[in-house]
Ligand binder design. Structure first.
Ligand SMILES: Cc1cc2nc3c(=O)[nH]c(=O)nc-3n(C[C@H](O)[C@H](O)[C@H](O)COP(=O)(O)OP(=O)(O)OC[C@H]3O[C@@H](n4cnc5c(N)ncnc54)[C@H](O)[C@@H]3O)c2cc1C
Ligand code: FES
Length: 274
């Protein structure tokens, strides 16, 4: 991935203090975290932040997290995270008023579609939802219509407050299709099945997707079959978070690698060697 083609302005990047405003369980194993921090200044949709979570001095790696919305007036940022391991478990214990630091804004986020784009298809799988909500905000501000395909494991994974986050940006014609692995709500299937249903119903000019790698690969194929440009936000495992360790390398179709933390996390799907 060429840096010239994709690099976003890196104004305000650095280590910022943050304070927890709220940190609530919104579904089993999923929290909504709202912070107050100057990291919000210059944070672009699709970029991420690297959190230092206090409580264990042996845990030196930060935790990369995306955001779903940011509010420049109050310097607030809203994050949704799954509690999956030791770091996110400690994060879930942070109380309103607790403070720590965050590095950001990190990486390259979503780009606006080509001029003339009337409607975009957004696809979110599981906890890939936050950057997709941020993409919805970006498109709404640019007066571009969108529909959303959501894939979650079961009804308990469907986080109502995330849907509400999305509804802030939706237009009267926004179509949201939910798919669950077990059919407990919406259609029985994956996010890609929800996307296929929307593709049959509407005409799109581009696709934005975030979710597990296997879902992104299938959305990349689906977009190619429909001749649609597709941007994907990749969530690879990270080490340093600033391009030094190579832990987050993404293989490219043209050969070689790009770093998820510096070149990504958003890539053109056609550039990735799936
Ligand atoms: C750019 C980026 C943005 C992200 N945004 C979000 C977000 O908005 N919300 C959210 O919930 N998570 C997000 N993640 C994933 C999040 O960073 C990890 O879940 C977190 O670092 C796990 O830390 P831990 O110490 O709790 O777990 P660990 O103890 O480090 O790991 C617990 C388990 O989670 C797996 N894991 C760790 N990191 C990842 C990863 N990046 N992808 C897949 N599996 C992983 C490990 O293999 C292990 O099985 C993002 C990751 C990246 C790279
Ligand atoms: S995390 Fe070290 S290079 Fe990306």
């Amino acid at each position: 991935m060429s840096a010239e083609k994709h690099d976003m302005p890196r104004g305000n990047v650095g280590i910022h203090d943050f304070a927890v405003i709220s940190n609530e369980v919104v579904a089993p194993g999923i929290n909504r975290l709202e912070i107050s921090s100057h990291v919000s200044w210059g944070l672009q949709p699709g970029q991420f932040m690297n959190f230092e979570v206090p409580g264990d001095k042996t845990h030196i790696l930060r935790i990369p997290l995306s955001f779903s919305s940011s509010d420049l007036v109050n310097s607030h940022v809203v994050i949704y995270y799954a509690v999956v391991g030791e770091g996110t478990e400690r994060l879930s214990k942070m109380q309103p008023g607790d403070v720590s630091t965050v590095v950001g804004p990190c990486g390259n986020g979503w780009r606006l579609p080509e001029k003339g784009c009337k409607r975009a298809l957004l696809v979110a799988g599981g906890i890939g939802f936050p950057p997709v909500a941020a993409a919805a905000g970006m498109l709404a501000r640019a007066h571009i219509g969108f529909d959303v395909a959501i894939g979650v494991r079961n009804i308990t994974g469907l986080v109502q407050s995330q849907i509400e986050e999305l509804r802030k940006f939706e237009r009267i014609d926004t179509d949201i299709v939910v798919a669950t692995d077990d059919g407990s709500i919406g259609i029985h299937g994956f996010a890609s099945h929800a996307a296929e249903q929307l593709l049959e119903k509407h005409t799109y000019d581009c696709v934005y997707a975030c979710g597990p790698q296997v879902m992104l690969a299938s959305i990349a194929r689906l977009s190619e079959d429909h001749g649609l440009p597709c941007q994907v936000s990749m969530e690879s495992m990270m080490g340093c978070g600033f391009g030094a360790c190579g832990a987050c390398n993404i293989p490219l179709k043209a050969g070689g690698y790009a770093s998820c933390c510096m070149d990504g996390p958003v890539f053109d799907a056609e550039e990735v060697a799936w």
